[in-house]
Design a binder for this molecule. Sequence first.
Ligand SMILES: C[S@@+](CC[C@H](N)C(=O)[O-])C[C@H]1O[C@@H](n2cnc3c(N)ncnc32)[C@H](O)[C@@H]1O
Length: 317
Amino acid sequence: MTDLTTPPPDLRSLLKQGIHLLREAHIPSDTLAAELLLLHSIGRDRTWLYAHPEEIVPESVAQEFLRLIQCRIGGKPTQHLTGHQEFWGLDFEVTPDVLIPRPETEHLIEVALDRLAVREIRAGRPPKLTGDNVSVVDIGTGSGCVAIALAKELPAAQIYAIDISPDALAVAQRNANRLGFANRITSLQSNLFSAFSPLATPHSPILFDLVISNPPYIGRKEALSLPIEVREYEPSIALFGGEEGYELYGRLIPEAARHVKPRGLLVLELGHDSLPAVRPLLESPEWTNLLVTNDLAGIPRVLSAERTANSSNPSNA
Ligand SMILES: C[S@@+](CC[C@H](N)C(=O)[O-])C[C@H]1O[C@@H](n2cnc3c(N)ncnc32)[C@H](O)[C@@H]1O
């Protein structure tokens, strides 16, 4: 029977209720999460929501919103409930098969674009970047966010997106299709650079101008200290780099040295405490011009380096 004493909720009161429930459960970013879940439930954008706060919400929609709020309280990430995350101004599909793109990963794109521009200036060319004659490989592409952001910024670049997980690659391909970059990006299932080995010969190694990667960098020993929405909902293959966390860099950096052109670039995202273990791997004659870039929280987040001009690339054998 309909309860005549409770009027159907309007958008503003429903949003307030959602925020209150999340806040009581100590869910981080409660206001943003409630807003995103409400927008998802009503199928509208933020501008519409704030232009129509008095709009009455059908009971079924209100119930669905409150169900999503309860799922979020249970630990499920907001992005798994909405299926979306924004990155570099683009809307990415997100599923449990991929890491949810993080805002700090945008620093990776900024550093790569800055260093490519500096390379042009050093070569006596104007710094305008279209990506002409630039080849890029994104190792561990996940949702495809890094490869697709670079495809957007470097419209003429040749871009490869690599992941060991076929399920992640399927998401990356759907994102590339939906955002209109599918014809710009070649996706390959590969353990680091292994897919390129059969294509290379000792005299013609496969070489890139830019190797970029946000590799898994959390230590398994830290697993229990991770928030539930990370530990139980994001894929282990995307999170853990080994027992300590930095182990995959130990394979990635020597392989990258064999796949970066002389004066080409390697740009790596770092975990919050990775720098002391990772920097020494680049302090070798193969690399020069090391640069550490902090994120907005002051954490060393991006480590980048240039392949030396005179050291030869060993074969890909
Ligand atoms: C931290 S996630 C990064 C995803 C995405 N690039 C981003 O920044 O949001 C790391 C990705 O590396 C992939 N990966 C893990 N080990 C790999 C390996 N040995 N070779 C290639 N990809 C790997 C995982 O499947 C995952 O998609």
